[in-house]
Design a protein around this ligand. Structure first.
Ligand code: SF4
Ligand code: SF4
Length: 259
């Protein structure tokens, strides 16, 4: 359980609670204009934040203050958390519109289109009206589950994202090379930009043959190889990418408390 589960999930996984996707929530606290500005000015906002943070990082008295503001933005306005494939599929069965758009980060960073950013309800309706993101493609539960499975097998990390926490508007599928938030996380060494999930990887050493495929594909440098066996370190975010790639099914995702 994380702080959001206590505050926004009645002690259960907060991102599985239907009220955090509700239209009424999306319409409160000026979220709709926040979401519109977020997508409409995607590149400008990113560049502006990086510029500000880079300048602040060079000024000793300002750096700590700027980092606090930065962390607070990602806690209260655009918070992301890693989730498992199973939870990603469950989220997409919560009643309401489920749509997919080309990933804005990938388009910006690599100039490539890939439909892998899933939007919910009000967020999809707002993005519908921003020409750069059209077409917003609606999906049924079975199709979206298939898409998520394919993305999982391709090594993508599933994450939920808030627009003014706790409203969840998006489920992203990212990797280091094509995600602006991964870049920010690494650039400023922030724990808050993509928070760890509720599970952690566990390696069955009796089954592991030490091939190293999990280490090659972990995007958080969370796998070590010792004496011919994989071990998972504290950087594990519980994404399950290693599990998908392990050829002998030696890796399981377990709730953190069981490990
Ligand atoms: S991919 Fe599986 S078998 Fe290979 S090192 Fe990792 S846990 Fe072991
Ligand atoms: S060890 Fe596995 S579950 Fe943990 S972060 Fe790496 S790929 Fe994800």
């Amino acid at each position: 359980m994380c702080e959001y589960c206590i505050q926004h999930g009645a002690g259960k996984k907060w991102y599985l609670a239907a009220q955090n996707y509700a239209r009424e929530l999306a319409r409160s606290e000026e979220r709709e204009s926040f979401i519109h500005d977020f997508f409409k000015n995607y590149r400008r906002n990113y560049n502006r934040n990086v510029r500000k943070m880079d300048i602040a990082g060079r000024l000793p008295f300002v750096r700590d203050y700027a980092m606090k503001k930065f962390d607070s933005y990602f806690n209260y306005k655009h918070s992301g958390q890693v989730i498992s494939l199973e939870d990603a599929v469950s989220i997409c069965t919560i009643p309401g519109r489920v749509s997919v758009i080309d990933c804005p980060c990938k388009k910006y960073l690599l100039g490539e289109n890939e439909k892998k950013c899933i939007l919910f309800g009000t967020t999809a309706e707002i993005v519908d009206n921003i020409p750069e993101f059209s077409p917003v493609q609606d999906m049924g539960a079975e199709d979206v589950a298939e898409l998520l499975k394919d993305l999982d097998e391709a090594g993508q990390v599933h994450t939920v994202w808030t627009f003014k926490t706790p409203y969840i508007g998006a489920l992203c599928n990212c990797n280091r090379s094509d995600c602006l938030l991964f870049h920010l996380k690494e650039r400023y060494n922030s724990k808050n930009i993509i928070k760890k999930g509720h599970e952690v990887a566990y390696v069955d050493v009796e089954v592991c043959d030490g091939c190293g495929i999990c280490q090659d594909n972990c995007q958080f440098n969370a796998v070590d190889l010792q004496q011919g066996k994989a071990t998972v370190n504290k950087r594990c975010h519980g994404c399950g990418v290693c599990r998908s790639f392990c050829p002998v099914e030696a890796i399981h995702l377990l709730p953190k408390i069981e490990v």
